[in-house]
Design a protein around this ligand. Sequence first.
Ligand code: SF4
Ligand code: SF4
Length: 423
Amino acid sequence: MLKIGHEVVRPGKNVGDSPVTIPVPEELETVPGIPKIQREVDWYAREYPVETMNITERASRDWANAIRDQHVEMREIRKEHDKLNRSLIMGARLTGDLEPTAEPTGEDVSELIKAKARELGYVEVGFTAYDTHYTYQSKKDWVKFPHVICLAYEQDFEPTQTIPSVDAEIVHSSTYRTEGAAGLELGNYVRSLGYRAQVHSPNDNTGPYIPMFVAAGLGQLGACGYLLTPHVGSRCRIMMITTDANITYDQPVDYGIHAFCQVCQVCVNRCPGRALMRDKIWWRGIEKNKLYFKRCRPVMARYLGCGICMKVCPIQKYGLQNVMEHYAETGQVLGKGTHDLEGYSLEGKGYFGPGEMPVFDAGFFSMPQGDTEEWAFQQFKDKANANGGNITDEMLEEFRAEVARGLTQSRDNMGMMEEEDYI
Ligand code: SF4
Ligand code: SF4
């Protein structure tokens, strides 16, 4: 039995459940939240502000969407989701200007908001300051209020275990819609307490949210790049509401995850794209396992959004309390090496059990780079070079049309997104 360094007590998973106690072995203790050098966070945010990959990597996004649309069933599901989701996104965009519907009492309303959020189905809720270091350049004037209500909605267990699959993609989108609707309702509730509430649709992010969830103590960053929450790990979809309500901030927590991921490594070993880094690096002032985007997107594009790193995570499958208790008792990672946890199938490639990995041909990872205009210019240069340096009217016309398409997209897009961004 390993020596327990500290215990974390969290509310039960569902309303009415008893609180859970998570033992954190001494050897897994690091810091609450994530190791951070604030002056580097400040410097990167100032000199290299974050921007959504829906803009900076638009060319590969369009490429990936075209590949996904070749899957007839998924194309129909995606179209249906976009249609249903659009009104939720547009509704959320208006909420920042809505007036409160009552006079505030002056009391701290933290517990009222938390209780309402849980009643609406959120598995995790917490408060912190809105961190402007993580606002996309294209949305820097959006956020109106200083506090954040961080919210996580559980994605159903069964379909998630079939990742990558059509069923998992359906539950992925429907979870976003369910929590998007619940967020609008929670915003109404905050206004009924006498405060303002700006709902940030989970599909229309103002920035990468995870750092604020970590600051609010709702989990820690996993090696997979997702937030790992205590009850459902990465199997949740996150969103937030900014507000001026009278609330008390929560504090970051050391759940032992930062160190546990270095022992576990299941997602790193199982990622078909070899897109996850074994070792942590310092990135924008944060110590983390950095995801290698260029090796992830080609897999996501061709295999139903992939998500194998979510499926094979023991914390997603068994919950953090069970995983930590097992580790404390045995020094082993619960489920590691089993087909149940590590196995997955890729359409057209077959089943891969523990230790087995798919192989892709050399061109598999080639994809467009940068935004639409950058990629158009790159292709223009390549064609001109291939033509002995001669630029034809046809090449110029193609380039002009592609740049015009990119500029129209940027105006229409307004940063709308389909997936949580990589950070
Ligand atoms: S989504 Fe798939 S390819 Fe991307 S990091 Fe996760 S397991 Fe790897
Ligand atoms: S699979 Fe293991 S290494 Fe990967 S995020 Fe989950 S706990 Fe961390």
